[in-house]
Design a protein around this ligand. Structure first.
Ligand code: IMP
Length: 174
């Protein structure tokens, strides 16, 4: 068991649900026809499932997995692909769905490799952004909430593989 515990609720379930519904409609408005949504596992799995259900019409989905955090709350700075996509991106309108942009290293890596697969367009949606932690400049087209430099769990986000199932987002504290 981890020694840290989620303490303060930063974003309630209602706040998250309202914002995710808004983001889904915003993305769909920009891409009313072809839309291919890629979720980055594992952190984005709950965000994707809510986002996709709020999108009217047909959208196709795919998943990829990268590892950027070895263990705990410290970034290793290394990004490695663990699971690749199942389908090609040529000529598609692609939106990457990620849980949080922190240093920006993971998204920079993903955007670079996906751009080489010739999508018609490539955009990124993140539920959370911690701008004060950025190490590289990265474009995020849709941001749910901008937060301060605090380690958060819940709604897909983990600490040492725990707390992903919380319906809200909480700050973790010693
Ligand atoms: P980046 O490459 O530093 O931008 O980190 C992105 C990844 O780090 C995210 O997809 C998360 O898996 C993880 N991460 C960054 N901050 C947090 C946090 O506060 N809680 C949980 N995971 C985080």
């Amino acid at each position: 068991m981890a020694e840290l515990r989620p303490a303060e609720i930063l974003l309630s379930e209602a706040q998250i649900q309202k914002r995710v519904a808004e983001m889904a409609l915003e993305i769909r408005k920009d891409y009313p026809d072809d839309l291919h949504v890629i979720a980055v596992l594992k952190g984005a799995f709950i965000f994707l499932s809510d986002l996709a259900r709020h999108m009217p019409g047909h959208v196709s989905l795919d998943f990829m997995a990268v590892s950027s955090y070895a263990k705990g709350t410290t970034s290793s700075g290394e990004v490695k692909m663990v699971k690749d996509l199942d389908t090609a991106l040529d000529g598609r309108n692609v939106v990457i769905v990620e849980d949080i942009v922190d240093t920006g290293l993971t998204l920079t890596y993903l955007q670079e490799i996906l751009r080489k697969r010739h999508p018609k367009s490539l955009r990124t949606a993140c539920l959370l952004s911690k701008p004060s932690r950025r190490k590289v400049e990265v474009t995020v087209d849709y941001i749910g909430f901008t937060i301060e430099d605090r380690f958060v769990v819940g709604y897909g986000l983990d600490f040492d593989e725990q707390y992903r199932n919380l319906p809200h987002i909480a700050v973790i504290q010693p």
